[in-house]
Design a protein around this ligand. Structure first.
Ligand code: UDP
Length: 464
């Protein structure tokens, strides 16, 4: 650790979807702005892909080091909670050890801390860092539109007596397009739901940050970014905003491919393959897997489908047993099913990839648009329906699947969406828009680009 460099301490949330943008951000601060970085990490939900990523960062030659917090003790009752509640519980319980870690780091007067940066799920630590008089920031790993809605949640809570889940039709949000009630983020849907007050708390805690960096770029979400840059939401001043994205890993860093996906893609025609993946934490039901398989088969499109087994699937570790009988044999000349972690960024960057069936996790969206790949939006949970709404109606690079009341997207729906995106007239517009966005993403990160400037402004602030 080089004590002459400005020193930033980062406390990310757990889960690859949150960690990847934090790691990419740290790389940029260290390599482009000469910072030294200390990551404080929680020992929870650590996966082999996370360990591989952490190791590659620790051995990158950049001034980045890791401090692991002591493991959190959970009561057996607590362990039964919903995964998101569990994550919040663990992160909340780490607040004391984050304070200890910060105090230890601060006691080294030769290496003062310029800034503390944390995740929206860890905003409880802002109290601690501010108490220790360390300038404190949040890196928001989702979209600008979702951040706006989280901040606007306070107003909606005060003004609305009904829950969004009980409303039909669009809801007006100043500064954003009207959004169908059902497309607001899950935690905002139900006033008596388990996450409603948790997210309301975040909406208040975020205001304590000295600034919020967002993993997005101006041309992708110009309306939402402008609404945030106005500096206030419904009369409340909000922290300064820095859109610094896309913070995504490079295709080259995905070089290890145990799944064989890239070799298979090498043999396919240009822009012909529909890539299918639902992120790092979502697992489809057996019925949904069967419908999706039959839809892909019926569409006649080439496909590369990442179908991991759920972590608790010990009784039936072979998820491919859930595919319809004879499916792999019938589609072997044009389809590949991968049951391991796949090198997603390298797949999206591959010239054979022409479309992406995605759950609309924000990293997946950024990786797709940065490589010019249009999307079939298939949101599952959290804020993914909001992202799908914006992708279709505002960003205009996606078609959306219709989900039945039973939560299933039928084979007919899959077939229709796949044909439309890959071959249809509307799909052509989405493909053109995706190519445009690829150029905008490049421009945002290039010398003088909006995200490059925003990062430089934030870095200058950290050094004050
Ligand atoms: N990912 C990957 N290989 C996989 C599954 C996921 O590289 O087999 C990566 C993907 O590229 C993305 C992240 O995991 O960077 C998932 O984040 P996202 O925000 O899209 O969804 P989440 O998993 O958080 O719902």
């Amino acid at each position: 650790m080089d004590a002459r460099k400005p020193h930033v301490v980062i406390f990310p949330s757990v889960g690859m979807g949150h960690l990847i943008p934090f790691f990419e951000f740290a790389k940029q601060l260290a390599s482009g702005h000469g910072f030294s970085i200390t990551f404080i990490t929680a020992k929870f939900m650590v996966t082999p892909s996370q360990t591989a990523y952490t190791n590659s960062l620790a051995s990158s030659g950049l001034s980045i080091r890791f401090i692991e917090l002591p493991e959190v003790e959970l009561e057996s009752e607590e362990k039964k909670a919903h995964p998101l509640v569990l994550i919040f519980k663990v992160l909340e319980k780490t607040t004391g050890s984050v304070e200890n870690a910060l105090r230890t780091l601060l006691s080294d007067s030769s290496n003062p801390i310029s800034a503390f940066i944390t995740d929206i799920f860890c905003t409880a630590t802002l109290e601690v860092s501010k108490k220790l008089q360390v300038p404190s920031y949040v890196l928001y790993t989702g979209s600008a539109s979702n951040l706006f809605l989280i901040l606007y949640h306070r107003t909606m809570d005060a003004e609305m007596t009904e829950s969004l889940k009980d409303l039909d039709g669009p809801v007006k949000v100043p500064g954003l397009p009207s959004i169908p009630a059902r497309d607001f983020p899950d935690p905002m849907q139900d006033k008596s739901g388990p996450f409603y007050h948790l997210f309301l708390r975040l909406s208040h805690e975020l205001l304590k940050a000295d600034g919020i960096l967002i993993n997005t770029f101006q041309d992708l979400e110009s309306g939402s970014v402008q609404a945030l840059l106005s500096g206030e939401i419904d009369g409340t001043r909000i922290p300064s905003i820095y859109p610094v994205g896309p913070l995504i890993s490079s295709p080259e860093s995905d070089h290890h491919d145990g799944s064989g996906s890239l070799q298979w893609l090498d043999k396919q025609p240009a822009a012909s393959v529909l890539f299918v993946s639902f992120g790092s934490v979502n697992f489809l039901s057996a019925d949904q897997i069967a419908e999706l398989a039959l839809g892909l088969e019926g569409s006649g499109q080439r496909f590369l489908w990442v179908l991991p087994s759920p972590p608790n699937n010990a009784s039936n570790p072979d998820v491919s047993a859930l595919l319809p009988r004879g499916f792999e044999q019938r589609t072997k000349d044009r389809g590949l099913v991968v049951t391991s972690w796949a090198p997603q960024v390298a797949i999206l960057a591959h010239p054979s990839t022409g479309g992406f069936v995605s759950h609309c996790g924000w990293n997946s969206v950024l990786e797709s648009v940065s490589h010019g790949v249009p999307i079939i939006a298939w949101p599952l949970q959290a804020e993914q329906r909001t992202t799908a709404f914006f992708l279709v109606n505002d960003i205009k690079t996606a078609v959306r699947t219709k989900m039945g009341a039973d939560g299933i997207v039928t084979k007919e729906e899959v077939e229709k969406a796949a044909k439309e995106l890959m071959e249809g007239e509307d799909g052509k517009k989405k493909r053109e828009r995706a190519r445009e966005l690829r150029e905008s993403a490049k421009a945002a990160l290039a010398e003088g680009g909006s995200s490059r400037q925003a990062l430089a402004a934030a870095a200058a602030l950290f050094c004050k």
